[in-house]
Design a protein around this ligand. Structure first.
Ligand code: GLU
Length: 437
């Protein structure tokens, strides 16, 4: 059966345009659909199931009303999307950001399906978010919003159903509130309902650093393939939070020079290499890289012109676009963020022979250690940090090398290769399970 005869467009049912695509700007979900289309020719007979990947399994929009400290009530819009659960429960983070949209959460959930399958952890893909600028909330307001959101999505999450985790602007404390709220409603402590928790609540050693460590690990592997020496290369990083900051630390420890960093407030440059440990301290105190004394301030936009070997976008989506892709002076882009490169920019990088290590493998270290955390919670037996880091590195190296082989075999980009590996795993599971009823 080919996709044209698939039931969504078969019989008396014309092909339907889902409501979330009925706009001029397709947004992140439209980008994801383009990425799926690029992979279809490589899926063999499994391509007949590809429509599965083009529709989220389930998407929940929730109203999150809370009492503000000033006595008024505010309503926020929240989402939880389960893109696919063929290979296991939904899994993916929750982000709090003023620009979150349903389209974005749908794309992020789909990228989680791909990512989880790429590293072969037994999960489907899911994602959640609230459209809010959390910096404008007091700690009490943030807690009330988190708890009400958790309660509202409580009907679809659970340790064997869908397991949230931290993402943009969410952290261990927010996971603790989510775990507590879910547990209160269930009547028993359910540590396995979220990952990225504090260590004292069933969290895992190494989880906080895992995404940055994964970025570094695949960066080292990719560098070997293109003849780049990690101990002499120059790195530029957008975003200096949990992903960019840790990746910077590991690259600097390996001898690389971190020459430029851009964040929400500005950008800094030091051609000799930034002192990463003191920059991390500066960011802890000031909340931004701006004002770091041992660097030259540069315009935020000028960051894209910095000469480097490795560029790591580790902030938000759609940062590398048609508008700036021709300016990039790097040999390799490692996507710490989810969805930072648009398909047009991908094509420009391919033409310019700039290697892109895509998000769906580059930042999979976080969810890999989330999987370890979930396994530890279920068995109530906790592993050492060395064990966690060495298992993480092994999984990332093996996954990267399998993807590299597929890229060589089909002469495709690493993004398409990762999608080939992941989509085959998901659709094979889909086919084995069959259609219910
Ligand atoms: N938010 C992270 C990601 O985008 C981690 C998800 C998780 O650990 O479930 O991969």
């Amino acid at each position: 059966m080919n996709s044209a005869s698939h039931p969504t467009s078969g019989g008396n049912f014309p092909a339907r345009i889902p409501s979330y695509l009925q706009s001029d700007n397709l947004g992140p979900w439209g980008i994801y659909l383009q990425q799926v289309d690029r992979v279809a020719p490589y899926l063999g007979h499994l391509a007949s199931w590809i429509e599965t990947l083009k529709h989220p399994k389930r998407a929940l929009i929730v109203d999150v009303p809370i009492h503000l400290d000033n006595g008024t009530i505010a309503h926020f819009e929240g989402y939880r999307v389960q893109h696919n659960t063929s290979r296991g429960p939904g899994k993916g983070g929750v982000r709090f950001h003023q620009d979150v949209t349903l389209s974005e959460v749908m794309a992020l959930a789909a990228w989680m399906s791909i990512k989880n399958a790429a590293v072969n952890v037994p999960y489907g893909g899911a994602k959640g978010g609230i459209r809010v600028d959390p910096k404008l909330l007091s700690k009490g307001e943030l807690e009330r919003m988190t708890r009400r959101y958790t309660s509202e999505i409580g009907i679809i999450i659970g340790p064997t159903k869908d397991i949230p985790a931290p993402d943009v602007n969410t952290n261990e404390q927010i996971m603790a509130w989510m775990m507590d709220t879910y547990s209160m409603n269930e009547g028993s402590t359910a540590t396995g309902v979220v990952t990225g928790k504090p260590i004292d609540l069933g969290g895992s050693l190494g989880r906080r650093e895992a995404t940055g460590r994964g970025v570094f690990t695949v960066g080292v592997e990719a560098a070997k393939h293109i003849g780049l020496d990690i101990d002499t290369c120059r790195v530029a990083i957008q975003g200096f939070g949990n992903v960019g900051g840790i990746a910077a630390k590991l690259f600097a420890q390996a001898g690389s020079r971190v020459v430029a960093v851009q964040d929400h407030a500005g950008a800094i440059y030091n051609g000799g290499g930034l002192d990463v440990p003191s920059l991390l301290n500066h960011v802890m105190v000031h909340g931004t890289v701006v004002g770091f004394p041992k660097a030259e301030p540069i315009e935020r936009e000028a960051f894209w012109d910095v000469e480097c070997d490795i560029l790591i976008p580790a902030a938000l989506d759609q940062q590398l676009t048609q508008a700036n892709a021709n300016r990039i002076r790097a040999r390799m882009v490692i996507e710490g963020a989810n969805g930072p490169t648009t398909p047009e920019a991908d094509d420009i990088f391919q033409e310019r022979n700039i290697l892109v290590v895509p998000d769906v493998i580059a930042n999979a270290g976080g969810v890999t250690v989330s999987y370890f955390e979930w396994v530890q919670d279920f068995s109530s037996f906790f592993w050492s940090e060395d064990e966690i880091n060495s298992r993480l590195v092994r999984i990332m190296q093996d996954a990267f090398s399998a993807i590299w082989q597929v890229a060589k075999e089909h002469q495709v980009t690493l993004r398409t290769a990762t999608f080939i590996v992941a989509c085959k795993r998901i659709l094979h599971a889909r086919e084995l399970r069959g259609l219910y009823p």
